[in-house]
Design a protein around this ligand. Structure first.
Ligand code: FES
Length: 157
């Protein structure tokens, strides 16, 4: 009985994946099933929370070492495509110069994922926008921490 249930579950999962493969690239499916860099960073050097037009939210946390992004993590309450976009964008910027990362656009995410269906391109726009907002937050916190009042930077995590 248990084995039959396992078989049925496997068949359903296979059918779902077969359907997904008709719509999404292998890279999207891989990043959705095995998201990289999921989670937060305590006392992050840069942080952003951005809500997309569909109502889904993405969070990106950055750890900065000198002029490079040492670590990047993401969280989202969005769809599988959004998970794939958060996974791939955080993978792309880890170890990257901050200035280079700030030039990253949604089209780079689309290229890295071998494309997305038109109705999910906004997920890559959300990921790219959240990354830029996290970098902007890092610059703002850095300016504040260098300010005359000597206030500590307001890290998030
Ligand atoms: Fe809303 Fe993907 S469907 S961000």
């Amino acid at each position: 009985m248990v084995k039959d249930l396992d078989q049925v579950t496997d068949e359903i999962q296979k059918a779902i994946l077969d359907d997904a493969r008709r719509i999404y690239s292998e890279k999207v499916i891989d990043h959705f099933l095995h998201p990289r860099n999921a989670g937060g960073i305590k006392d992050a050097d840069g942080f952003a929370r951005v809500k997309g037009p569909c109502g889904d939210t993405m969070y990106i946390y950055l750890r900065i070492d000198g002029t490079r992004i040492a670590d990047a993590k993401f969280m989202t309450d969005g769809c599988g495509t959004t998970i794939a976009c958060g996974s791939v964008v955080t993978d792309m910027v880890r170890g990257m110069e901050i200035k280079e990362a700030s030039k990253l656009r949604y089209t780079h995410i689309l290229d890295a994922l071998d494309g997305l269906p038109d109705e999910h391109i906004h997920c890559s726009v959300l990921a790219a926008g959240t990354l830029r907002a996290a970098i902007k937050n890092y610059y703002l916190l850095t300016q504040k921490s260098k300010g005359k009042d000597g206030r500590e930077s307001q890290k998030r995590g």
